[in-house]
Design a protein around this ligand. Structure first.
Ligand SMILES: Nc1ncnc2c1ncn2[C@@H]1O[C@H](COP(=O)(O)OP(=O)(O)OP(=O)(O)O)[C@@H](O)[C@H]1O
Ligand SMILES: CC(C)(COP(=O)(O)O)[C@@H](O)C(=O)O
Ligand code: BAL
Length: 278
């Protein structure tokens, strides 16, 4: 990694930190060079989204937590970018929802598989799947088809961050519920997901974990209600609207908008009353 220190006061500190983690990931043999390009694409969308978690993404993160808690066998898929950016956070989420962690790579090499598994173990993972690769996802011709039969192969809910739509579609065809994290609301993976989380993985994973901890003791009915009420198309539309309007900083939930409109009506009425009094 370059030795340049980024001051925390820099206005784009988080984004620069992210670049450095990816750069370091490449140097350690964890992230592919393609990962640098994928990071650049993600950054562009994050810039347009105001580099923050908007209310629709937070709702998706809560729905993701509910799905993971309800699952019989949840699995968190890890590629070279995910391992470089959020290794400890993925291990923490796995512990919070009792999920397996499985390495699954597009640019698959044995060296990188081993390096990522070691890196996850260094961050507290006790078991890392993906090295057996004794299962296959039907209908995929590339390396992402290789999965562990008792990992992604047997999962009912899979978290697939930051990757191509092909596998998201193929996993859906296998009847698995997919949670996708992708900053591009137009990507095929986000469009295919049961729960598209349009947010930076650096913010999304800790927030899903926080929701999971909050919901850990919730009755099953409440988790099922959160899952049933989640609107995937609405979440994608809200993200696209935030990008197009450039007004994410002002993005409000409907409740906030209603409250504001009530306040404005009251202010108008007060002003009118004051005029009448004079
Ligand atoms: N830090 C990040 N957090 C969340 N998403 C990210 C991050 N970095 C990159 N991305 C997103 O990850 C995706 C990686 O690109 P990839 O090439 O695998 O998919 P794609 O071919 O664009 O997707 P699709 O086939 O789904 O349309 C991009 O959509 C990019 O916006
Ligand atoms: C670079 C990456 C985001 C991940 O690649 P890997 O770590 O090989 O699964 C890939 O999906 C891509 O967009 O090209
Ligand atoms: N866009 C590269 C292929 C993949 O992520 O699966």
């Amino acid at each position: 990694m370059s030795d340049i220190e980024i001051p925390e006061s820099h206005p784009r500190y988080q984004s620069l930190l992210t670049r450095h983690r990816i750069e370091e990931g490449v140097e350690k043999g964890i992230t592919s060079k393609q990962g640098l390009i994928a990071e650049g694409r993600g950054e562009a969308f994050d810039y347009l989204l105001g580099e923050r978690t908007h209310p629709a993404a937070d709702e998706a993160e809560r729905a993701a937590a509910a799905h993971l808690l309800l699952a019989e066998h949840p699995v968190l898929s890890v590629n070279g970018n995910v391992a470089a950016l959020v290794p400890g956070e993925m291990v923490e989420l796995a512990a919070a929802v009792d999920a397996d962690v499985e390495v699954n790579l597009f640019n698959r090499t044995e060296e990188r598989l081993e390096a990522i598994a070691d890196h996850l173990r260094d961050h507290g993972a006790t078991e890392v799947k993906g090295l057996a690769a004794d299962g296959r996802i039907p209908g995929l011709d590339h390396e992402r088809a290789k999965v562990d039969a008792d990992g992604i192969g047997a999962a009912d809910v899979v978290l697939v961050p930051l990757e191509d739509g092909d596998r998201a579609e193929a996993l859906g065809a296998m009847g698995k519920t997919e949670i996708v994290i992708d900053l591009n609301p137009l990507s095929r993976s986000a469009q295919t997901a049961a729960v598209p989380v349009v947010d930076n993985i650096m913010r999304a994973i800790p927030n899903i974990t926080a929701h999971a901890r909050d919901l850990r003791d919730a009755p099953r009915e409440e988790l099922e209600r959160i899952v049933a009420e989640f609107d995937a198309d609405g979440a994608l539309a809200a993200a696209e609207e935030a990008i197009r309007s450039g007004s994410l900083d002002d993005a409000k939930t409907e409740t906030e908008m209603d409250a504001e409109s009530d306040a404005e009506t009251k202010a108008d009425a007060d002003a009118e009353a004051a005029r009448t009094d004079n």
